[in-house]
Design a protein around this ligand. Structure first.
Ligand code: BGC
Length: 768
């Protein structure tokens, strides 16, 4: 029987109870079995950089061991789709071994600000790069018959108040920036599921947003899979069915089951609406639920994790100190023994093994003396630790200094409030430099930081978060066995004040205004002509490359671009050639140039290769806000080829036929248009009401007398429980709890939120 027929007959054979039950998980990580059709219960699990399978009945950090691959922040720096696909495939194999049907990843939210606490789980500030990386990852995982969940759909670029904030984004920014990576991944790789975000977009919760989940995702992009909620993101269950939201997670959800029954009775919903969602979940079970358990090789996957990391580290500065030579070095920094290698929250993996940097360097023949320099958990240092580090380093060839962000600095659940390194790390590096020690600084962090000493370091390498193979990968790159080839997937600004959304990011307000519109990341810095510390796409190598002989030719509606790349140095290495497109005389505001293609090219010394790209009309398009579609404007475009967004040695002009009359905001170069002018009528804002609703957050409620009386004791009990766990988990869980809307409080807690809601209302009534 064709699959559609099989699905129809299964759905026809299901009772209403069975259907309604299937629309929410049967626990935190499983979808119900369908007894009438003998369909198994399937398991979904985080994601994204490994399989985080929670042990039965255990907490967030108590997981079955699996390979911790480098998080997305580092994977994206590889600019290597084949490598990312290899990692995806290995994760798919681990899903099979653990009987997991759907992996909850990848995350493709745009890095609107370097401060987003969860940036380590996302790829880039650029939608094209993020989309391509996600598409490769999905191809890899799904090759095994395992599903993925592309998340968090959409416009969820901050953690502060993520469960109830309203992202106010103009249509063009949504289409060109925030939806684009999802569009690319869906069109290219058809993920089995998409996970909706917690927040509202222009006043509508993602879970209830028919425009988002059906008109755009399914009807325009051709998405064929199921949509699930983020954990606790369901707003209005009946509206969500109409919107095309199939599965509520976690479950079960008796409150929403009741709502569905009522909606069927009063005619808000028809059984055919329910059947559509049920069919898509049945299809997911059929597609992903039949895999036979097979073991995988831990050693091989560890090697894949290490290879992914060594292809991604970004060399920012080098005066010749790298690769390391003969002679004795100092190894400074407690990260050498306890490395920071992944982020905190729902993606945190319990690794199968973990390289120590100190040990890996020794095993690779590097001679050194070691000093810790700071306290690993806090990053604090003192005179004693610094003195010891300087004494250890004096007279050595150079000091390899490991610095970065301790775990407590960045996590799911909250945003950073600054971009600084711990003061202790900065003091340590500066003291070594003052003592005339050549410093090779190695930074471990999930996001960009300010590097005040960067021009005084002998070498500087950004390793992001390297996964469990970080140590061996680092040893390979420092000793020169592997030539660094990573390129920054985001801009490193000179200061946090320079970032495009500095004044509107993570303010704690309910309405988050995306005032910079399409000018995110390098699009903003280039538009304003701002100097940056390191531009998007930048990264050095131990060898050198030359680009030449650019040719640009029109061919049946496409533009064929080709050029030669030569390795002009003495080592083999890889260069990522980047193609940007710009239009100087546009009739509407446009970024100076935008990434439209890239290729990582591997070359032996003196080798030259001719590479080519086909640019379709998409590469020249903008989103027209009157026609509501991507269109091409008639005119002259410049095609740039280079090795970073600000190192573009080749360019050529090409005329593209298109619309003479285009619609969109206009703005003088370097200026942002008034935010209101980007919307057809008034700003799509929600009111910050004093009223108590199911969407009032815990912190809002605790500011009221009713909240203090009714909710206060419950929150106190929860916070005592988290205090007992302590550490970073406590900080994260408390941040999440305070930002949680009342309706989501029942998640994993068994709390009767309807009863709490009633009690709050009654208290308030009595009080007035
Ligand atoms: C996160 C998701 C994750 C889910 C399940 C949520 O808090 O936002 O990314 O997949 O939890 O752990």
């Amino acid at each position: 029987m064709a699959i559609e027929g099989q699905i129809r007959s299964i759905v026809d054979g299901m009772s209403l109870d069975e259907k309604i039950r299937l629309l929410a998980g049967c626990d935190s990580w499983h979808i119900s079995a369908v007894g009438s059709a003998s369909l198994p219960s399937i398991m979904v699990t985080d994601g994204p950089h490994g399989v985080r399978k929670q042990k039965e009945g255990a907490g967030l950090n108590d997981n079955v061991p699996s390979t911790c691959f480098p998080p997305a922040c580092l994977m994206a720096a590889s600019w290597d789709e084949a490598m990312v696909e290899r990692v995806g495939c290995a994760i798919g194999e681990e899903c099979i071994a653990e009987e997991v049907a759907v992996l909850l990843g990848p995350g493709v939210n745009i890095k609107r600000s370097p401060l987003c606490g969860r940036n380590f789980e996302y790829y880039s500030e650029d939608p094209y790069l993020a989309g391509k990386m996600a598409a490769a990852f999905i191809r890899g995982v799904q090759r095994n018959g395992v599903g993925t969940s592309l998340k968090h759909f959409a416009a969820n670029s901050q953690e502060k108040r993520r469960m109830s904030s309203n992202s106010a984004v103009d249509e063009r920014a949504l289409r060109e920036i925030y939806l684009k990576p999802f569009e690319i991944a869906v069109r290219e790789s058809q993920p089995a599921t998409v996970m909706c975000s917690y927040n509202m977009i222009n006043g509508t919760y993602s879970s209830d947003n028919k425009w988002l989940l059906t008109d755009v995702l399914r009807d325009e992009w051709g998405f064929e899979g199921a949509v699930m909620t983020d954990w606790g993101a369901m707003n209005d269950r009946a509206k969500a069915v109409i919107a095309g939201l199939d599965l509520e997670m976690p479950g079960p959800s008796p409150r929403n089951e009741e709502k569905l029954r009522k909606a069927l009775e009063d005619g808000t919903l028809d059984i055919s609406d329910i059947d559509k969602c049920v069919s898509r979940i049945v299809s997911l079970i059929l597609k992903t639920g039949g895999n036979e358990r097979k073991p995988y090789s831990k050693e091989q996957h560890h090697k894949t994790a290490s290879d992914m990391a060594s292809s991604s580290f970004v060399l920012l500065e080098n005066d010749g100190a790298l690769p390391l030579g003969k002679g004795k070095y100092a190894l400074i920094g407690a990260f050498a023994e306890s490395p920071r290698y992944q982020g905190a929250g729902s993606s945190r993996i319990n690794p199968t093994m973990l390289d120590s940097i100190r040990q890996s360097l020794s095993e690779n023949g590097v001679e050194f003396d070691y000093a810790p320099g700071y306290i690993v958990e806090t990053g604090e240092s003192d005179d004693g630790l610094i003195k010891e580090a300087v004494e250890t380093a004096m007279g050595k060839k150079a000091a390899i200094v490991l610095i970065g962000l301790p775990e407590s600095y960045e996590s799911e659940g909250f945003d950073r409030s600054h971009m600084n390194l711990p003061e202790g790390h900065v003091r340590l590096v500066e003291s070594l430099i003052e003592a005339s020690v050549p410093v090779i600084a190695i930074v471990l962090a999930g996001s960009p930081v300010i590097l005040p000493f960067r021009k005084n370091a002998a070498a500087l390498m950004y390793c992001y978060l390297g996964g469990q193979g970080l140590g061996s990968a680092l040893a390979s790159v420092l000793t020169g066995r592997v030539n660094p080839s990573g390129k920054l997937p985001e801009t490193f600004p000179l200061s946090v004040e320079d970032t495009p959304c500095f004044s509107s990011f993570s303010t704690g307000e309910k309405n988050v205004m995306y005032t910079e519109s399409i000018f995110v990341g390098y699009r903003y810095y280039d538009w304003c002509g701002k100097e940056v510390a390191y531009p998007f796409g930048y990264g050095l190598s131990y060898t050198s490359f030359e680009l030449s002989s650019l040719s640009v030719m029109k061919n049946e509606g496409n533009v064929e671009v080709s050029l030669s790349v030569r390795n002009t140095g003495k080592r083999e290495g890889a260069e990522t050639v980047q193609i940007y497109v710009g239009m100087e005389n546009s009739r509407i505001m446009r970024p100076v140039r935008e990434l439209r293609a890239f290729e990582k090219v591997f070359l032996a010394p003196d080798e030259e290769k001719r590479i080519s790209f086909t640019l379709s009309r998409d590469a020249f398009s903008y989103y027209d806000t009157v026609l509501h579609s991507f269109e091409v404007e008639d005119g002259e475009y410049i095609i740039y080829a280079g090795t970073s967004s600000r190192s573009l040695s080749l360019s050529a002009a090409v005329h593209i036929d298109g619309l003479m009359s285009v619609h969109g905001a206009k703005a003088e170069k370097g200026k942002l248009p008034p935010f209101e002018s980007l919307f057809p009528s008034s700003l799509p804002l929600v009111e910050e009401r004093g009223e108590i609703t199911m969407n009032s957050t815990v912190s809002e409620l605790l500011r009221t007398e009713a909240g203090k009386a009714v909710l206060g004791p419950i929150i106190k009990a929860a916070s005592d429980a988290y205090k007992a766990i302590g550490g970073d988990l406590e900080t994260m869980m408390m941040a999440m709890l305070y930002d949680m809307p009342l309706r989501s409080l029942s998640m994993n807690s068994g709390l009767d939120v309807e009863a709490i809601y009633k009690a709050l209302k009654e208290y308030r009534r009595a009080d007035q």
